[in-house]
Design a binder for this molecule. Sequence first.
Ligand code: 5CA
Length: 159
Amino acid sequence: MSNTLSASARKVQEALAARGMVLKVVELPASTHSAPEAAQAVGCQVGQIVKSLVFRGKQSRKAVLILASGANRVNEQAIAARLGEPIEKADADFVRAATGFAIGGVPPLALEREIETFIDETLFRYDELWAAAGTPHAVFRLSPADLVRISGGRTIAIT
Ligand code: 5CA
């Protein structure tokens, strides 16, 4: 089945399988580039979409991944306080270099490098979430517990 996926989506499917997860990547004709688009494409609430937002430490220049509910805006001050340095939104080239994926498809695992990761605590309100799977047309369904397990992220209040 997974050989019908595009290369980037297949990479995510294989990383899930390697972790022993039975979660299934689906590639859709409709765009899942943004959280509202993804919610529309899979038929869920926008809050159930896991946004993968890459920031950069202003001092360290290191990447930070925030896995945020599609319903929320990230309060950069809250992340900065936890990290101990201010952060800024990464640009498209930085996202690609740090994660190995393009904006709109950045998954919560299988990243190019190990990236410090935080998970929006409001995602735990839902039984089911949907996250990006490598391309702006690929997603997979998972639970909040799955998200913790595959991302290694720590929970944070982001709003
Ligand atoms: N596929 C969906 C989730 S299933 C997804 O990836 N959503 S996302 O929100 O994580 O990715 C799009 C996000 O990338 C936008 O919310 C926005 O914060 C960010 N973004 C979009 N364009 C740019 C850009 N030019 N530079 C930096 N960040 C951008």
